[in-house]
Design a protein around this ligand. Structure first.
Ligand code: GA4
Length: 331
């Protein structure tokens, strides 16, 4: 009997394969982690948000009031776009940095098992999203307006919990008409290569990184894959929850709180069977915004030299995904 060998995996797939990590890492099954859940309208929200951000740089928002229809409508449009012929999608790219991208992330050689759309977002409450050539702008605007509301509520809770005055000192950086937000929709197709790898190996969907902005608000379709690094460096999986929004502390909030809140390293691993769709709003300040701690204790010195969001962003686009982008700004 002749046994036909399976075709070898393409080279770009091999470069994404990750071998097992030392004890406790990788799938993270050994590390107990339960995602802090916060109802931002509850009386204890400010302290709960600060506690979660100090411990993990991460929490999920429950009872958020964002209509499921707003989420489902945009997700369905995104799924329709990603299912369209490759040539039509390619006509909306390559992402540099905005537009349609496939496998390549950024400009400096990072790759992942995904395709995505990146759109610019301003600070106005409505018609904020620069006209998207591929998705209906009313669906995008409605969704982004809702998640920007969650981001501002989370930032107000941070300010209140830390005693920063005025209470909107952080959130107004995001609602500022000149604010520089980004909206990203990721589609991670099922990865057949995984079925041929030992169970302990994984394939990189989106490599480990911290987000540059103040906070990011993510919602996914309920497919697993997101992992976080705890402060001791161990990786843990985040159980998917399609009814919640996940909030990440970004590098900018780390600077504005002088390192009291730390940006969280996270990554996505590919799934062998189910597609993952995630939609993430990155709440960025205006390019001219001065990034300096808003609150320093008695005798406490700033950890960072003075810079603007524009300075940081320029440096970020020269970096690799996994770099620590705040290092150059440390005093
Ligand atoms: C990470 C967070 C957001 O996805 C993003 C990414 C951006 C991009 O995809 O163009 C970057 C990455 C992110 C940080 C370093 C640079 C820029 C890719 C990359 C290698 C949209 C963002 O704002 O920064």
């Amino acid at each position: 009997m002749v046994v036909l060998a399976k075709p070898p995996p393409a080279l770009d797939q091999i470069s994404l394969v990750r071998s097992p990590e030392p004890a406790g890492g990788g799938g993270g099954g050994a590390v107990p982690f339960s995602v802090p859940a916060v109802d931002l309208s509850s009386p204890g929200a400010a302290l709960a948000v600060v506690d979660a951000c100090e411990r993990f740089g991460f929490f999920k928002v429950v009872n958020h009031g964002v209509p499921m229809r707003t989420v489902d409508t945009l997700e369905a449009e995104a799924v329709r776009f990603f299912a369209s012929p490759q040539a039509e999608k390619d006509a909306c790219g390559p992402a540099d940095p905005l537009g349609y991208g496939s496998k390549r992330i950024g400009r400096n050689g990072d790759n992942g098992w995904l395709e995505y759309l990146l759109l610019a977002v301003g600070g106005h409450a409505s018609s904020s999203v620069s006209s998207s050539p591929v998705l209906p702008s009313d669906a995008v605007d409605e969704y982004v307006g809702a998640v920007r509301g969650l981001a501002t509520a989370a930032l107000d809770a941070v300010a209140e919990g830390l005693g920063v005055a005025p209470r909107d000192a952080l959130s107004r950086m995001v609602t500022d008409a000149a604010s520089d937000g980004v909206f990203r929709i990721n589609h991670y197709p099922p990865c057949p290569l995984l079925q041929r790898l030992p169970e302990s190996c994984s394939v990189t969907g989106f490599g480990e990184h911290t987000d540059p902005q103040l906070v990011s608000v993510l919602r996914s379709n309920g497919t697993a894959g997101l992992q976080l690094a705890l402060q001791d460096g161990r990786w843990v999986p985040v159980p998917p929850d399609r009814d919640a929004f996940f909030v990440f502390v970004g590098d900018s909030l780390q600077v504005l709180t002088n390192g009291r809140l730390k940006s969280v390293r996270h990554r996505v691993v590919a799934n062998s069977l189910k597609p993952r769709v995630s939609m993430i709003y990155f709440a960025g300040p205006a390019p001219a915004q001065r990034m300096a701690p808003l609150l320093l204790g008695h005798g406490e010195q700033s950890l960072y030299r003075a810079f603007t969001w524009g300075d940081y962003k320029k440096a970020a686009y020269r970096s690799r995904l996994g770099d620590n982008r705040l290092d150059p700004f440390l005093i």
